[in-house]
Write a protein that binds this ligand. Sequence first.
Ligand code: HEM
Ligand code: HEM
Length: 179
Amino acid sequence: MNDVAASRYSLLLRVVHWGTLLLLIAVYATAELRGLAPDRPARAVVMQWHMAIGLLVFLLVLPRIGARLSRPTPPILPTPGRLVLLAAQATHLLLYAFLIVQPLLGLITAQSGERAVVIPLTGFTLPDLIANNPDLHEWTEEIHVALGKIFYAVIGLHAAAALAHHFYFRDNTLRRMLG
Ligand code: HEM
Ligand code: HEM
């Protein structure tokens, strides 16, 4: 591996990282703005996009974890303190957990509430993996919505930390994640 490659995240990780950010913007926009859709059928279509893009986020996190574990993380230079590194690791772990748990909770919420998950533009309906269950629906929905709100803050903190590394500490943290 040459020096430039060793100083950045792998191409797969970089593409999936920024791709996931774009997908999450779409997932949040469809969730938050569905009220603007003119009628019930239009709202249902917006929700189908929410669910399909959310499932794509889940599918992308699997190869991402493989790529993350298969190669050491490029070092940050100059090296930050131990506490900063620990805080970053804890946040990354939380973000990975969110990318796995949130789509699964969404899927359980939808199917336990008898909401069909239809992939837009294909007409393909996901098979029923979970039986109708109003109790399960109620509490998974509550957690799905609450986690969605909480992670605005976690993602915001993560992005702010990246910018602080770049503009205040002036290390290579952000450059390792860019082209
Ligand atoms: C990373 C992926 C996801 C994120 C960040 C996310 C986020 C959210 C948020 C913030 C809301 C609440 C909107 C509101 O305030 O009313 C919501 C609602 C919902 N999401 Fe997701 N979601 C994701 C994936 C999924 C998936 C994969 C599915 C299903 C396959 C799903 C199904 C639902 C459903 C059914 C609701 C509506 C709950 C209700 O009836 O109000 N979500 N989601
Ligand atoms: C504007 C938004 C964002 C910026 C500026 C940003 C920036 C960065 C940077 C610079 C790193 C490398 C940090 C390090 O190695 O210590 C990183 C890593 C990471 N980011 Fe982001 N990020 C953003 C959005 C997101 C979002 C939305 C997620 C997922 C919810 C996310 C998840 C991760 C994870 C899990 C890592 C750990 C490295 C990996 O294994 O992929 N980031 N981010």
